[in-house]
Design a protein around this ligand. Structure first.
Ligand SMILES: *Cc1c(COP(=O)(O)O)cnc(C)c1O
Length: 394
C-alpha cells in the first residue's frame, strides 16, 4: 500500500479523519457530553490520559478527534487540538505557553482580535509583547530576547492587506516556540511545519469549514507541544463542538477543489480590479505587483481566495461600494462559497487607533474580498457596477 503521506493533498482530504467511523462512510456524530466507564480503573486511566476522547467531551470527543486527525494529516503534523473558535486556538496557544515575565514577538500585521489579545490581555498577565513588521527581513529574529522570548507569532498571508511572511525565516528561529496563523492559506496552500515552524493554527470557521456553518479553531504540531496545550485547553474550556467538527470534516472533503477554484477566480478578479482607474493598491499574492509575490509563489501553491484593494473616495467610497454590491455580500468572514466584501476600518479593525490602522496599511476605503464559488464573470460585472455606483456618487 502507498504511504498515505505520499498521496496528494486532494486525496488525503478525502481519506483523512475516518479512524473512528467504523463502517460508516460519513463521519459519525457523537453529540454526547460524557461516556460510560465500566470500572474505576478505566475511569482513572481516562481522567489522567492526555487527549482522552472517551471520557468527557471537554477533554476530547470522537467526532472532534476525526477533525483533529484530518488537520494533522493535511499539515503533516503529529497531532492537532481543536478549539471552539479560531480565537480559542490563539488564546489557548498564547496563554497555554506563556507565563508572567515572558516575552512574545508578534507580527504587527495581524487579525485584529489577535492583536487586541496581545495589546490588552497579555499585559494584564505580565506578558510583554514586541510588535515587528513581519515583511521586514530579519525583524522577528532581531526582536527575540534569548532566554526571555517564549513565543514568536506570525500570520501569513496576513490580515487584511495580504502581507506574506517568510516561513523559512521564522522557522529558522531557535529557542522560542514559533507559531503561524495560516487561516488565509488553509493547509492546501502552504504547510508551515515543513518550514520549521513549531505550531500552525487556523480559524477553521473560515476556509477549512468552508460553508459558514461552523465556528471552530485548530492547532497542529508535535505530539509533545499539542499534549502540553491540551493540558491548558481542558481548563480553558474552549473545546470544539462535535457538530461544528462534523461540518468542518465535511468541508475538508472539498477543501482542495474549493481553494483551487477560489484562487483561480481571485486572480482574474484582481486583474480586472487592477485595470480600473478608480481602484488603488490591489493586493493579491498571485499578482506580480504584490510586494512579496516571489516569496508567495515559493511558499504557497497559489495566491488564495482573498483580494484587498482601496476604493477611491475614502470612507464614502468604501461605504458606497460595500452597500452597492449585489452578487457579493457585505459580511465579516471569509473562505465560504459566497463572495463576501468587508470594510476593515469600520468592522474587523474598528478598535484600532488611526496610527495603528495606517501602520497596517488600512485606509478608510480599503475593501477585503473573500472570493467565493460564483462564476467569476458575474463577480467582475457586480464589482464594476458597484464601483461605478460609488464613483457616480462622488
Ligand atoms: C477569523 C480569524 C481568526 C479568529 O477566528 P474565529 O473563528 O473567528 O475565532 C483568527 N485569525 C485569522 C487570520 C482569522 O481570519
Amino acid at each position: 500500500m502507498t504511504d498515505p503521506t505520499e498521496l496528494h493533498a486532494a486525496t488525503r482530504a478525502i481519506r483523512a479523519g475516518r479512524k473512528g467511523d467504523g463502517t460508516s462512510l460519513a463521519p459519525v456524530l457523537w453529540p454526547t457530553t460524557t461516556f460510560v466507564t465500566p470500572t474505576v480503573d478505566v475511569a482513572r486511566k481516562m481522567a489522567t490520559s492526555v487527549g482522552a476522547d472517551r471520557f468527557y467531551s471537554r477533554y476530547g470527543n470522537p467526532t472532534v478527534a476525526g477533525f483533529e486527525d484530518a488537520i494533522a494529516d493535511l499539515e503533516g503534523a503529529e497531532a492537532a487540538r481543536a478549539f471552539s473558535s479560531g480565537m480559542g486556538a490563539v488564546s489557548g496557544v498564547v496563554l497555554g505557553l506563556c507565563s508572567s515575565g515572558d516575552h512574545i514577538v508578534a507580527q504587527r500585521q495581524l487579525y485584529a482580535a489577535t492583536q487586541l489579545l496581545f495589546q490588552a490581555v497579555c499585559p494584564r498577565f505580565g506578558i510583554e509583547v514586541t510588535f515587528v513588521d513581519g515583511t521586514e527581513p530579519g525583524a522577528f529574529a532581531a526582536a527575540v530576547r534569548p532566554g526571555k522570548t517564549v513565543l514568536v507569532f506570525a500570520e501569513t498571508p496576513a490580515n487584511p492587506k495580504l502581507d506574506v511572511i517568510d516561513l523559512d525565516e521564522v522557522g529558522a528561529i531557535a529557542g522560542p516556540v514559533t507559531v503561524v496563523d495560516a487561516t488565509f492559506a488553509t493547509p492546501i496552500l502552504q504547510q508551515p511545519l515543513k518550514h520549521g515552524i513549531d505550531l500552525v493554527l487556523h480559524s477553521a470557521t473560515k476556509g477549512i469549514g468552508g460553508h459558514n456553518d461552523a465556528t471552530l479553531g485548530v492547532v497542529a504540531g508535535s505530539r509533545e507541544l499539542i499534549d502540553w496545550l491540551w493540558g491548558f485547553a481542558v481548563l480553558q474550556g474552549a473545546s470544539a463542538s462535535p457538530y461544528d467538527a462534523l461540518n468542518a470534516l465535511r468541508g475538508i472533503r472539498t477543501l482542495p477543489i474549493r481553494i483551487r477554484q477560489q484562487s483561480e477566480s481571485a486572480l482574474v478578479l484582481a486583474q480586472a480590479l487592477e485595470a480600473r482607474s478608480d481602484v488603488e493598491d490591489v493586493r493579491y499574492p498571485g499578482l506580480p505587483s504584490h510586494p512579496q509575490h516571489d516569496l508567495a509563489m515559493r511558499q504557497m501553491a497559489s495566491g488564495g481566495g482573498l483580494v484587498t484593494f482601496d476604493v477611491a473616495g475614502g470612507l464614502d467610497g468604501g461605504r458606497r461600494f460595500v452597500e452597492a454590491v449585489k452578487v457579493a455580500q457585505f459580511a465579516t468572514s471569509l473562505g465560504g462559497p459566497e463572495t463576501l466584501v468587508t470594510h476593515p476600518a469600520s468592522t474587523t479593525h474598528v478598535n484600532l487607533l488611526p496610527d495603528e490602522l495606517a501602520a497596517n496599511g488600512i485606509g478608510q476605503g480599503t475593501i477585503r474580498v473573500s472570493v467565493g464559488l460564483e462564476h467569476v464573470d458575474d463577480l467582475i460585472a457586480d464589482f464594476a457596477q458597484a464601483l461605478d455606483a460609488a464613483e457616480a456618487a462622488r
